[in-house]
Design a protein around this ligand. Structure first.
Ligand SMILES: N[C@@H](CCC(=O)N[C@@H](CS)C(=O)NCC(=O)O)C(=O)O
Length: 138
C-alpha cells in the first residue's frame, strides 16, 4: 500500500522545531506547513485548529490521521515512517530508558522547566512572542 508523504505542521517559535530537526536527521521525505502565531495573543492561528482540535504545534498528518503531542509524534515517525531508525526496539535492554526519556521530557521535566522559563523574564507574558523569548533575552 502506498503511503502519504508525512506532513509536518510547524508553529513559529515552538516545540515543533524539534520535529523538523528529527525528520531532517531521519532523512525522510516530508511536506512542511508553516503556521504563524497570532501576533497579539501569541496563540496558534485558526489554520492549526483546522488540522487538530487542540491546535498545538507540533502536529503531523500521515495516512489520513492527524497526530499531536511531540513524544507521540517522535515515537510514531521513528517507527512507522522511518522503519525504526533512531528508535529502540522493545527487545533491547535499553527500551526502558528509551521510554523514560521520551516521556520525561514532556512529562515531569517540561512543567518545571516552563515555570523557570516563565519566571526568568521581567516582561509580562502578554508582551512575549513565544514560550522561548525569556531565555533568548539572556
Ligand atoms: N506537550 C505538548 C505541548 C504542545 C504545546 O503546548 N505547544 C505550544 C508551542 S511550544 C503551542 O502550540 N502553543 C500555542 C497555543 O497553545 O495556542 C507537546 O509536546 O507537543
Amino acid at each position: 500500500m502506498e503511503r502519504d508523504v508525512l506532513k509536518v505542521h510547524h508553529l513559529s517559535n515552538s516545540r515543533s522545531q524539534r520535529i523538523l530537526w528529527l525528520v531532517e536527521e531521519l532523512g525522510v521525505p516530508y511536506e512542511l506547513v508553516k503556521h504563524m502565531r497570532d501576533p497579539v495573543t501569541v496563540r496558534s492561528p485558526p489554520s492549526l485548529f483546522k488540522i487538530h482540535p487542540l491546535g498545538k504545534g507540533p502536529t503531523i498528518e500521515h495516512d489520513g490521521k492527524a497526530l499531536t503531542e511531540s513524544g507521540a509524534i517522535i515515537d510514531y515517525v521513528t517507527r512507522r515512517v522511518a522503519g525504526g531508525k533512531l528508535s529502540v526496539p522493545e527487545s533491547s535492554p535499553e527500551f526502558a530508558d528509551y521510554c523514560f526519556w521520551l516521556h520525561y521530557a514532556e512529562g515531569s521535566a517540561s512543567s518545571s522547566t516552563q515555570v523557570m522559563v516563565m519566571s526568568a523574564s521581567d516582561k509580562p507574558l502578554s508582551s512575549r512572542n513565544s514560550c522561548f523569548e525569556s531565555t533568548s533575552e539572556r
